[in-house]
Design a protein around this ligand. Structure first.
Ligand code: ADP
Ligand code: MG
Length: 395
């Protein structure tokens, strides 16, 4: 793959279309977390300090029927203006006469932010006319929206066709993500341990299949473990299970064995009859869950087993919590694994929306080598897919 870095393309005097992921969480019209805006600043600073101008584009939420003030980028433009030492102009539209005029008048060192790209129905359809309209505004294209690059949309994919290889590049955030996943998935340092958890086996089948051809050990936790345990004849009580995936679980276990991958399943659990706020879960004495009870976190013996399996790992990739970590009484397994990953001494990557929030909650995020900013995009990379927004930058 040959994706250029923003350091390798000409920026002086250029108008650079930058696709960013400013899909920030909002509460009552206010930005509740501006991490995603801050994450784009290194790329913005690079373009501005190199004598370029920025035409920035992002989606926010999922507006259904065209322009909708509830999904407008005005709060984002305001916050961006507070964070960069540059003039930020918000266009009232995605593309059209006003945007074209504002882009034409844009001077080096200035930023024009387009309105929410999903106000245009063409965006999510990768509409060629919209892609062309985006491209006509600028001399170069930079994609720094890792969280959106698993989608083939006009601003993430179609637009790139209009730029030659010397005119398009990945921004710093995108490069960090791409390099981190490359380091794990291509030629990883060994031993390489993957940890998979979360709610459903069905969400992660492609990830398990892809990782089984790469890892030395595969640790399984979370609700998905119960489909594997049932396949092996354990009782699982009322734990979450996907009965239509039991045969598949059995064949994945066989594949692991045939490839010499050590597959670890929970040997005990924290159980309760139901979720509750002031839960006092009990530990089981083995991998079985009694009738009427649900397995909601890995148990203490499993924590020890998984800690041992992670000690000395040279590469670790983790997706999916070990239990219902949102409930403090059921967060212990996930937090213990976070601690074991953080202290293993190897190169460690965590991806997935809930996994990342679990790692942040555990207080160990700073000791993980890479905490991905893209949930869906990181899962698709772990599945071994080529992401459209990355493919579009090649050439
Ligand atoms: P990610 O977003 O990181 O890919 P998932 O969405 O696959 O992760 O899974 C996260 C969810 O799995 C969490 O909401 C968590 O409560 C749930 N979960 C984990 N273990 C269990 C369990 N034993 N029973 C029920 N839900 C579980
Ligand atoms: Mg999730």
């Amino acid at each position: 793959m040959s994706i250029k870095s923003i350091d390798e393309i000409a920026l002086l005097g250029k108008k650079v279309f930058v696709r960013v992921d400013f899909n920030v969480p909002m509460k009552n019209g206010e930005i509740s977390d501006d991490t995603r805006i801050r994450a784009a600043l290194p790329t913005f600073d690079k373009i501005l300090s190199s004598g370029g101008a920025i035409i920035a584009a992002s989606h926010l939420g999922r507006p259904k029927n065209g322009p909708d003030p509830a999904f407008g980028l005005a709060p984002v433009a305001k916050r961006l203006g507070e964070l960069v030492k540059a003039k930020v102009i918000l266009s009232p539209e995605v593309v059209g006469e006003t945007t074209s005029k504002l882009a034409a008048a844009l001077k080096p060192g200035e930023i024009l932010l387009l309105e929410n790209v999903r106000f245009d129905a063409g965006e999510t359809k990768n509409n060629p006319d919209l892609s062309k309209a985006f491209a006509s505004l600028a001399d170069a294209y930079v994609n720094d929206a890792f969280g959106a690059c698993h989608r083939a949309h006009s601003s993430t994919a179609g637009i790139a066709e209009h730029f030659s290889s010397g005119e398009k590049a990945a921004g710093y955030l995108m490069l960090k993500e791409v390099n981190s996943f490359d380091r794990v998935l291509k030629n990883p340092a060994r031993p390489f341990v993957a940890i998979l958890g979360g709610a459903k086996v069905s969400d992660k089948i492609a990830v398990i299949e892809n990782l089984l051809s790469k890892v030395d050990k595969l640790i399984i936790g979370g609700a998905m473990a119960f489909t594997f345990l049932k396949a092996q004849g354990f009782s699982i009580g009322d734990s979450l299970v996907e009965d239509d995936k039991i045969d598949l679980a059995r064949s994945l276990v066989a594949t692991a064995k045939a490839r010499g991958v050590e597959l670890l399943l929970p040997i005990d659990h924290l159980i309760a009859a139901d979720l509750a706020d002031d839960l006092k879960p009990e530990a089981t004495k083995d991998a079985n869950v009694p009738a009427g009870m649900k397995g909601l976190d890995i148990g203490p013996a499993t924590v020890e087993l998984y800690k041992k399996a992670l000690a000395g790992a040279a590469t670790v990739v983790w997706n999916g919590p070990m239990g219902v970590f949102e409930n403090l009484a059921l967060s212990g397994g996930t937090f213990a694994v976070a601690e074991a990953v953080a202290s293993c001494g190897g190169y460690t990557v965590v991806g997935g929306g809930d996994s990342v929030s679990a790692v942040k909650k555990s207080g160990k995020a700073a000791s993980i080598s890479h905490v991905s900013t893209g949930g869906g995009a990181s899962l698709e990379l772990l599945e071994g897919k080529i992401l459209p927004g990355m493919a579009a930058l090649e050439g």
